[in-house]
Design a protein. Sequence first.
Length: 352
Amino acid sequence: MKKFCRKKAGILMAAMLCLASCGAADKAENDFVQVAPVSLENSEKPQRAAGADEAAGAADSGAALNNAGTNTNTNTSTDYNGNGIANAGEPADAETDTLINPEGMTLAERIRTPEGYERTAAESGSFMEFLRDYPLKEDGSEILYYDGSKKTSRNHAAVFAMHLGNRDLQQCADSVMRIYAEYLRQNGEQDKIAFHFVSGFLFDYQTYLNGNKVKVEGNRVSWVSDAKKEDTDEVFEQYLNTVFNYASTISLKAEAEKMSIDEAQAGDIFIRAGSPGHVVMIVDVCENGATGKKAFLLAQGYMPAQEFHVLKNELHGDDPWYYEDEITYPFRTPEYVFTEDCLMRPGYLNSF
């Protein structure tokens, strides 16, 4: 059984003890036994009206910024043929007005690399390849909230065709955890799917499948016997809904290690842990052949629960890439400002 190191357990427990109650959150039905009022709520699940997230994010970021002071390929995509458009994974050229290929239906097909850049090499079966091949909704699609309503802001370059569900559960950290879990499950590594609750409890998929569910008594969490389960899509969603209830940016940050920008790769995150906090994920990387400098595509979920989407870079119009030299702090994304160095790598592809 995987073990949780004492240092991270201490961090999570301290974070848990300092959390205030955040109001009722949706609960994953039949996945856990609640025998007492639960104070161990996911710190990112306050109920908020659809459309209020942009204003709230700006307010949170502004407050954080005011408190912080001033801070001075190998091409893995498929060739696109038939209408004269350049290979969607290749750099844009003089005949291309935009880096967006509206007919591309995966990340690598939809968003071209800038001139002089190539996507970094991705090994077959790697997480980077998984992200580049992830299906997207049609170009121009709006972001939908969990209740089917539309997000009013247009700060996105593309929308992932990712399952969302009809409850206000899958927010920012949850989207990151989901995409890692989907990758491991697709690769047949269900035994590696495991996430810590804010309490420090390790909730792993294999133990869940083997006939167990969690029992929550205040801040104490334990396994109790349940019927053995098959690894079906429905069971997978039930498992993730429980994760989304009891994990957050706080537990996500404790499961990650700090990285420098020159080490950054797909799957790394910019994260501010808190109640609420926020996280955006690097979903693709390209590199300038002459300078060695990198550029990144960033994606996020947000609150209320909404579809995972690639962010625009407001510094340059139709080019959504975030260039290495632009990532200084405070680091601004369309809906959030990260006030201090916060690039980290989750440990989900390794055993705890």
